[in-house]
Design a protein around this ligand. Structure first.
Ligand code: C5P
Length: 408
């Protein structure tokens, strides 16, 4: 499956003769299974219509920054947060200059400034404009800030010149974007991740559970696999397909999860407990379906489930790093810090589940990464972008630990 499968990509097309190739890029990204939102700059609309891009992307094309109707639907900030990736193709010399200066004078530049997702640009312009020191300085600024520069290539240009400045072929842009998602940060590492809810049986047809969708755990599993790790994903029942190259172990109850986690965790490099494990289970689930009686109330006796992540963090062959989540509705940081220390975790990821945009099942998240020595905030972004930021931080921590204790 393509690295771009199910990625949410903003394709921003700026005004140059190569704008028509932007349409082909949208088509090819769709073929890879990506979800696309298109931004057309004012200049681009001189070359290509919003309707063409709407037909190709299957979504309304975004054009204006100050448009009441558009803002009432998916506004520019919501669009910026929705993305896993933004690519500007073609990027004209003017757009490159405005991006380099952090301008926000149209929808394209505003979204580029507002998105927490990585941004790539595929320049296209006349060879003389490309060679101009102003353009080269702007590009080196953008590159220093971490933007991916894709192309251009040399060849015959629309204006008749020959030289560098031609937009790379859409297929080559797609390949470069896909490669962006394959870091080697966790090469040779073994990662175990728990995800989703657990179901605690009351009788053969009823259960106690919670609203966990599994999205964060699955996004983490994908980010780890993309970073080259061998990944085991132990998951409760969710409506998601497992990412490619990930070994899935499906479980139902907290006791199943306990057994699977204790079998997989010893000796792992990284253990991430993203599952919403039920704290209690029914002590004696009925063996047959319970019948409604005459009583207005009934009682179930619940017993506590084992704290799986706490056990993992006290294993003899403890994973090198054990990371948990704290989903809280109030006093987020305080509860998370206490939980990290009590469970013996290297890091806890604090997640406010009372906020409407970051609750269970939502597409976005905003978290705090808390270790014994540091606290870092990751602001609102798609769960995949948050997962990649978390995995990058954990890979760096593993790397630092290996440097200070070689051979461990
Ligand atoms: O204590 P609380 O449920 O808030 O802790 C959340 C963290 O602990 C999560 O990482 C979750 O996966 C893990 N956990 C666990 N076993 C339990 C309860 C929670 O591993 N019984």
């Amino acid at each position: 499956m393509s690295q771009l499968h199910q990625r949410r990509v903003i394709v921003a097309i700026s005004g140059g003769i190569a704008a028509y190739k932007g349409a082909e890029l949208v088509r090819q990204l769709k073929k890879q299974g990506a979800s696309i939102r298109v931004i057309l700059s004012r200049g681009a609309r001189e070359f290509i219509t919003p309707l063409t891009l709407q037909a190709l992307s299957g979504e309304p094309t975004h054009t204006e920054l100050l448009d009441e109707k558009a803002e009432a639907g998916m506004g520019h900030i919501a669009l910026a947060r929705w993305a896993d990736l933004m690519v500007v193709a073609p990027a004209t010399a003017d757009v490159i200059a405005r991006l380099a200066h952090g301008r926000a004078d149209d929808l394209l530049t505003t979204v580029a400034l507002a998105t927490p997702a990585p941004v790539a640009i595929a320049p296209a312009m006349n060879q003389q404009m490309w060679a101009n020191q102003a353009t080269q300085d702007n590009l080196s600024q953008l590159s220093k800030r971490g933007l991916q520069i894709i192309g251009p290539e040399a060849g015959e240009q629309a204006c008749g010149d020959v030289g560098p400045g031609r937009l790379l072929a859409p297929g080559a842009i797609v390949t470069a974007l896909a490669e962006r998602f394959t870091s080697r940060q966790l090469e040779q590492r073994r990662v175990v991740i728990t995800a989703g809810p657990t179901l605690e049986a009351i009788d053969p047809v009823r259960f106690l559970s919670n609203h966990s969708s599994g999205k964060m755990g699955y996004a983490l599993a994908r980010a780890c696999a993309d970073a080259g790790a061998r990944v085991v994903l132990i998951s409760g029942p969710v409506e998601l397909s497992p990412p490619d190259r990930v070994k899935l172990i499906s479980i139902t109850s907290a006791l199943d999860l306990h057994k699977a986690a204790l079998a997989e965790a010893p000796g792992a490099d990284l253990f991430i407990g993203a599952a919403a494990v039920a704290d209690y289970r029914v002590q004696h689930p009925a063996s047959g379906k319970m019948k409604k009686g005459d009583d207005d109330t009934i009682s179930l006796t619940l017993v506590q489930n084992p704290d799986i992540i706490a056990e993992v963090s006290h294993l003899e062959r403890r994973p090198k790093m054990v990371v948990g989540f704290a989903a809280e509705t109030h006093n987020l940081l305080e509860h998370a810090r206490t939980k990290r220390a009590n469970k013996g975790l290297d890091m806890i990821i604090a997640n406010d589940v009372s906020a409407p945009q970051t609750g269970f099942g939502s597409e976005l998240n905003a978290v705090h990464l808390i270790t014994a020595a540091t606290e870092e905030q990751l602001t609102l972004a798609s769960k995949q972008v948050i997962a990649e930021q978390i995995i990058s931080a954990l890979a760096e921590a593993l790397h630092q630990a290996a440097k200070s204790h070689p051979g461990s």
